[in-house]
Each structure stands twice: as C-alpha cells, then as structure tokens.
Design a protein around this ligand. Structure first.
Ligand SMILES: [Zn+2]
Ligand SMILES: [Zn+2]
Ligand SMILES: [Zn+2]
Ligand SMILES: [Zn+2]
Ligand SMILES: [Zn+2]
Length: 474
C-alpha cells in the first residue's frame, strides 16, 4: 500500500523535497486520487464525478486534506460544461473552451496547482471530444485504450488513436508509475545522479551527440550501451532476446531512472554547454539563476556535475535571485541570504573544491544595486516565460534591459519553439546581440509532460529550446 504518497503533504511540509504531483493517471481515472495506487474500480466522488478513490479511507483522508476545498468548484465547472454541451466538437473548439475554463480557475485560485490541472487534464472522447463528465451524465460509456490507458473513445464513436500517440502516452504512463514507485522507495520524486568520480581530463559537451553519448562516454554509465536505445524510447532488442524477465525489468528501471534524472541534470548540462559556447574557462565560476523556484533549489545537488566535468574548476558559486528564490526563514527582514557551503563528494573535498549558494528574494534589477552583488560569469533564466507572464513588464523588462546593458552572457531556455520565438522577437526589438540563436537544446530534459491545451497530444520538455545573448548590436 503506498504510504508515502498518502502522506505527501506532511512530507512536503517537512522540508524541501520533490513529491510527485497528482498524476494524469489519477485524473484520467485509473489511479487513486489520494494514494496513487492503480485500480480498475475506483469509487468516484458522487458530487463532482472527478475524483476517484481506491477505498473509503482514501476518500475520507483526501476530503479532509484537499477535496473539500475543490469539490464545489468542480461541480460549478461541470454545470458550465453542461451549458456548453455539443454532441461533437473539433479539437480547436474543445481546446478553446478548455483554455477559458482553466484560466478562470487559475484566476480564482492562483496558488492551487492541482485544482486547474484536474480540469486541464480531464478525460474526454478523442473523436467527439465530449468530456467524461458529460458522457457519464448521458450514461454513454467511455472506453479506455488498454495499452496506454490515457486516451479514450466513447461508445458512440469507437475511434482509435495513432500508434505513435499511443506509444508516447505509454512512455509517459511508465514515467508516472516509476515516479510513484521511486517516491515510495526513497521519499524523493526524481532521481539525482552525477558522474561519480570527477573527470581527470575534459571532454566537451558540445562535441557530444546528446544524452546517450554523454552517459556512455563522458559520464560513467557505459553499462547502458547495447541495453537502452540511443533515443531512450525503450530497451534494445538484445535485452529481449537474451535477457531474463528479471534482467529486462532491471534494465527498464535503469532506463526510467536515467530518463527521470535528465530532468534535473538538464540544468547543469545546459549551463556547461553555454559556457563552452562563450568560451568561458576560469578556475572560479559564479552563476546567477534568475526567477529560480523550488525546482532549481531541488536540482542544486546535481550542479556538482559541473565540477565533475571541468577538471580545472576550483569553485562553483550560485546565487538564486527572484521573488520565490529563498532559502532563509520566512520572517527574515533582509532579502539577502549570504553564501552558504553545499556538501561535496569525498573526491572534491579531498581536492579542496567548493560549492556555495546564496539567494536574494526580489527582482534582479534591485539585487544589482545592493553591495551583495558580484558580477557573474553567466546569468541563467530557465523556462522563465519572461515575455508572457503578468509580471512581464513590471518585473522582467527592466531586468532584461539591464542584462543587455551590462554585457554579461545570459542563457535562456523555453518549453517550446513558440515561446522561444516570442522572446527573441522582443530581444531583437531591444537590439540584443545573439551569441547563440534560438534552437533545440541538446540537453533538454527527456521526461515528456503532456500539456492538453495548445496542441492535441502535445508534450513539452524541460529546457527544450535555448538561446544566449550578450550585450547589444552596435
Ligand atoms: Zn487510495
Ligand atoms: Zn467531489
Ligand atoms: Zn465520442
Ligand atoms: Zn493508447
Ligand atoms: Zn564532487
């Protein structure tokens, strides 16, 4: 019985840990909303028909922790959906309605990530696009694909989805399953793994073909050669031909472990590759992470990888800057949390190498005016969405102008090409000089995340696109 998942709020409150969020598999009806265990006969909440539970205990517990605050709003959403009922909708019609509904939930509860996600990721018939709740009201059966379990067809349509979509969703379902199991085993949602022993010679990331090549030839995972497919989509035929069932399971677990680890390793590797692009090569590295949130703080342990891949590097200092960048006490009056040592592996300790972190709670253009500011070697904005957000003009624009003015190299990443295009269009208007034009990031995370609104069956990835600017065009 999954106990840690049941207890996730308490584990979360105990400190900075990564916990699996509500899985799509729960929203789409095959995992319990509270403990995330799989069941073919989940009991649906009779009021909202959206939350499903494996047992009375899970339902009671979930009601007391979360669902009592959600149920009523889901009922309202269902009523609105009913007013908009159409016997058949195109994807564009469906996604337009969904976008507005999700937006109104976000506006009503901006700090609640689960509430809008339950609606955003809701089950619907892939042909007529009537939602699970609409079909339930009409007593029309909604059949689940028995392979991926995440795509549906209603009894009136009997549609099928393409094998390529099915295979992407199967992979995604395996990631969710792995994350839940890994959290039960270790208390963490995503694995962290660095190159175990610091390299004695430097191999450039920019000369590497990508994750597989890096793991086999730069890091220390040569054992995956011939067992995992180079694109990480599955195991090689050899494993199925000669491996025992146990062996296949072990290899699949290794594939999932490394696939999920790329979602944290994407940060240090994207940084390191940018440093290679701007030919940075000094013994002490100072990085400013802008708009950093819990995600970046959780990934910090993986940043030791930068030390392990660059033999000449003696110290790595990171300053996290942003309104949600904070490691100090909530009531500390000053916004700066000074340099603090982070633990290093035994080899680095013996070598006297150091990792430090500091944080500033506030916007970057304020931070630069303080005595605590030291000019960095690289400024990094991971998936910041700096042109799109509500705070774009007030918060980001003065910062971006200052970065261009200061001539410091700045690395940006985005979730998709559209975001990268929007951001670069704005930067061209500001006359910024591109050191690296926007393009796919070789070191993007490999964990697929379905997005449900922009594109039917669309998936996005951490740091999918990247570009680097430095100074202005003259
Ligand atoms: Zn349960
Ligand atoms: Zn309910
Ligand atoms: Zn249908
Ligand atoms: Zn399928
Ligand atoms: Zn180390």
């Amino acid at each position: 019985m999954p106990d840690k998942c049941k207890d996730r709020e308490r584990i979360l409150a105990a400190g900075t840990v990564d916990i699996p969020t509500l899985p799509v598999g729960a929203i789409r009806g095959y995992l319990c909303f509270r403990c995330f265990s799989p069941s073919a006969n989940l009991m649906k909440c009779s009021a909202c028909k959206r939350a499903g539970y494996c047992s009375k205990q899970c339902q009671k517990l979930d009601w007391s922790i979360v669902h009592k605050n959600h149920c009523k709003l889901f009922k309202t959403v269902n009523e609105v959906e009913e007013q908009q009922y159409q016997a058949s909708r195109t994807w564009t019609q469906y996604s337009k309605v969904l976008y507005l509904t999700v937006k109104s939930i976000r506006d009503a509860a901006p700090n609640d990530d689960i509430l809008h996600f339950v609606v955003q990721a809701q089950a619907y018939c892939a042909s007529c696009r009537r939602t699970a709740v609409q079909l339930l009201t009409r007593k029309i059966a909604l059949k689940r694909c028995d392979k991926c379990r995440l795509v549906f067809s209603c009894a009136d349509c009997n549609g099928i989805h393409s094998p390529s979509v099915c295979s992407v969703y199967q992979n995604f379902a395996r990631v969710e399953e792995f994350r839940i199991g890994f959290f039960e085993d270790t208390g963490k949602a995503s694995p962290v793994t660095c190159t175990q022993f610091p390299r004695k010679d430097r191999k450039l990331l920019n000369g590497s073909a990508g994750w597989y090549d890096y793991l086999v030839n730069i890091s220390d995972k040569p054992q995956i050669k011939d067992t995992i497919k180079p694109d990480f989509s599955g195991l090689t035929d050899i494993v199925f031909q000669v491996g025992s069932v146990k062996d296949q399971e072990d290899q699949e677990r290794m594939r999932m472990f490394l696939l999920c680890a790329t979602d944290n390793l994407t940060m240090p590797l994207t940084i390191l590759s940018a440093l290679e692009d701007v030919s940075w090569d000094k013994p002490h590295l100072n990085i400013h992470l802008l708009g950093a949130t819990g995600r970046e703080f959780l990934a910090l342990s993986n940043f030791e990888e930068i030390l392990h891949l660059v033999p000449g590097l003696r110290s790595l200092h990171i300053t996290a800057v942003g309104p949600s960048s904070w490691q100090g006490a909530a009531n500390q009056a000053t916004p700066f949390f000074p340099k603090m040592n982070l633990d290093c592996c035994p080899s680095c300790k013996v070598d006297g190498r150091k990792r430090t972190v500091a944080s500033y709670r506030g916007v970057y253009h304020d931070f630069v005016t303080t005595p605590d500011y030291e000019e960095p070697d690289l400024v990094v904005l991971f998936n910041s969405g700096w042109v799109d957000g509500l705070d774009a003009e007030s918060h980001w624009e003065p910062t971006i102008k200052l970065l261009i003015e200061g001539g410091i190299p700045a690395l940006f990443t985005t979730y998709n090409v559209q975001e990268a295009q929007n951001e670069t269009a704005k930067l061209i208007m500001l006359n910024a000089k591109f050191v690296v034009e926007p393009d796919k990031n070789k070191w993007s995370g490999l964990v697929p995340t379905p997005e449900f609104i922009d594109e039917e069956y669309g998936m996005w990835f951490q740091n999918a696109y990247r570009y680097i600017i430095q100074g202005r065009n003259t």
